[in-house]
Design a protein around this ligand. Structure first.
Ligand code: FAD
Length: 504
């Protein structure tokens, strides 16, 4: 992380200054622009919506309350994100929580159990110890049976991890004889938190990648909440940095199509308002589903671009519930371990800007939301009221004394209002066998580069992955300006796709 940031600064002034048009003002597009400015180039970010941030965007309702696209957690093991905060001098905006993980107990409504990370114990021992010391989730024999299959990961590293991509989490567990209960106790909540998906659908590579990233750093799993809404607290400082460095950030600037030269390179961007934007270099930082739609015909049969047809976004729903009183006070993220929900937090406690001493505002991630992700119900197509009603039913188990018939007055906390945000296509669905189709940032098109959390980078579809994807795209553009081409080459063209394409 830090080394690449440094590289941009060192290369500033070398090579020709490039005007770079970046499509998409999510974290990846903004990060790309930020580092291009640092390297002395002139980016222009073109965001289609009237708000920056994409999947971290947020807006206010008529009462001034913030509605977020997603409940977002930052981890200690997000090196590029942490560098970014430091470089923008906004580190104080991360509200770090006590180093532990909190899980709702499945059979004991209202009770929680924790993995506690002890100070002074280095990784990965601190994680092993946190699990061993937890008496409520797994028995000792179960814990001991979990460890051996994970050892090759610590020894062989990324090669072993990548090789498990064809297996689902459940396949992997069965192959290595891990007890099924580990699935119920740990992997369901992990899979839903990592990719909004059930473990029988999720690639084992995702779980291993997360473990490898998180467990190798002592504070890797420590969590932070941003102190307020992401557009103001994170996107604005990124945009300000870009503008101060001579770049531009436009909103309500939506790409309609890439206009090509005869040789297949980009001639200009045709925007929906008819404007044509000409630049030296072009970067796409849109989600994979949008990229598939925008792909020019001329590119779509090239093996490099053809492979992205194998990727698609997974649906997820983010719910906000405002209550008339304060619920049980937990200043942290909770893993609900309930069938319909993933993680949740009481934002009136965890987040400075949403702080309220008297009333709770729960933000909850609803997953899985469609049969692609697990379960039989296509929740993403249901009405907001149906989704809220189902959520309230699950909350009766998580807050048995405060919500629903179990509470002292038989009714409990009153729901004042709700907001439901559906994202039908969010991060790429990390189902088995997908990782190999994630393309490099460098493409076979001379003046076109890819960014976005779904491009090839060693973090998953996450904020860290988005920032790293944008940073790697900025590196490709910077290297081209100096050396005439990317220094890292165009990788990840899958052999079977190449064969298929050559046969066409
Ligand atoms: P996006 O944020 O999707 O940005 C793409 C941008 O392109 C958007 O702003 C879009 O409007 C714009 N665009 C699209 N089409 C056009 C066009 N034609 N012209 C111009 N602009 C266009 N990650 C974590 O690390 N931790 C978490 O706890 C976490 N929780 C999440 C919870 C939810 C509910 C969701 C949905 C996501 C969560 N994520 C989390 C994932 C994280 O939000 C994403 O990985 C990341 O924000 C993706 O950034 P991006 O820039 O790659 O894509």
């Amino acid at each position: 992380g830090a080394a690449l940031s440094q590289k941009f600064k060192e290369l500033k002034g070398m090579g020709k200054k490039k005007k770079v048009a970046i499509v998409g003002g999510g974290l990846s597009g903004l990060a790309c622009a930020k580092y291009l400015v640092d390297a002395g180039h002139e980016p222009i970010v073109l965001e289609g919506r009237d708000v920056l941030g994409g999947k971290v965007s947020a807006w206010q309702d008529k009462d001034g309350d913030w509605i977020e696209t997603g409940l977002h957690i930052f981890f200690g093991a997000y090196p590029n994100m942490m560098n970014l905060f430091a470089e923008l001098d906004i580190e104080d905006r991360l509200q770090w929580k006590v180093h532990k993980m909190i899980f709702a107990m499945q059979e004991l409504p209202g009770e929680f159990t924790t993995f506690d990370f002890m100070k002074g114990i280095p990784a990965p021992l601190n994680f092993g110890l946190a699990i061993l010391l937890n008496q409520k989730m797994l028995s000792l024999p179960e814990k001991l049976q979990t460890a051996p299959p994970l050892i090759p990961m610590l020894i062989e590293g990324q090669d072993f991890i990548d090789a498990q991509d064809e297996l689902s989490v459940l396949d992997f567990m069965r192959k290595y004889g891990m007890p099924e209960r580990i699935n119920e106790e740990v992997f369901i909540s992990m899979a839903k938190a990592l990719d909004f998906i059930d473990p029988d659908k999720l690639s084992m590579t995702v779980v291993l990648t997360a473990m490898n990233r998180f467990l190798n750093e002592t504070d890797g799993l420590q969590m932070a909440f941003l102190d307020g809404n992401q557009p103001d607290r994170l996107c604005a400082p990124m945009a300000d940095h870009v503008k101060a460095g001579g770049g531009e950030v436009r909103m309500k600037a939506r790409l309609k199509e890439f206009v090509l030269n005869d040789d297949g390179s980009v001639k200009c961007l045709k925007m929906t308002n008819g404007e044509e934007i000409v630049a030296d270099e072009y970067v796409s930082a849109v989600p994979v589903d949008v990229m598939k739609r925008l792909l020019p015909k001329k590119w779509s049969n090239m093996p490099f671009f053809h492979q992205i047809q194998n990727l698609e976004g997974i649906p997820v729903i983010n719910i906000h519930l405002w209550f008339d009183r304060k619920l049980q006070n937990v200043d942290h993220l909770c893993f609900s371990r309930s069938p319909l929900l993933s993680v949740y937090a009481d934002m009136s406690t965890t987040c400075k800007e949403y702080y309220d001493e008297e009333k709770s505002m729960l933000e909850l991630v609803f997953a899985p939301c469609s049969p692609l992700a697990g379960g039989n119900t296509n929740w993403i197509a249901k009405s907001n009221q149906e989704i809220v009603d189902a959520t309230m039913k699950e909350l009766e188990r998580l807050f048995p004394l405060e919500i629903g018939p179990g509470s002292p007055d038989g009714v409990g906390a009153k729901l004042l209002k709700h907001a439901v945000v559906k994202t039908p296509r969010s991060v790429y669905a990390a189902i088995p066998g997908r990782n190999k189709y994630r393309p490099s940032q460098a493409t076979p098109i001379s003046n076109f580069t890819l960014a976005g959390d779904w491009t090839s980078q060693k973090f998953l579809g996450s904020m860290e992955g988005a920032v790293l994807g944008g940073k790697l795209a900025a590196e490709v553009v910077t290297d081209k300006a100096i050396y005439g081409g990317p220094t890292k080459g165009i990788k990840k063209i899958v052999p079977d796709v190449v064969k298929e394409a050559n046969a066409m």
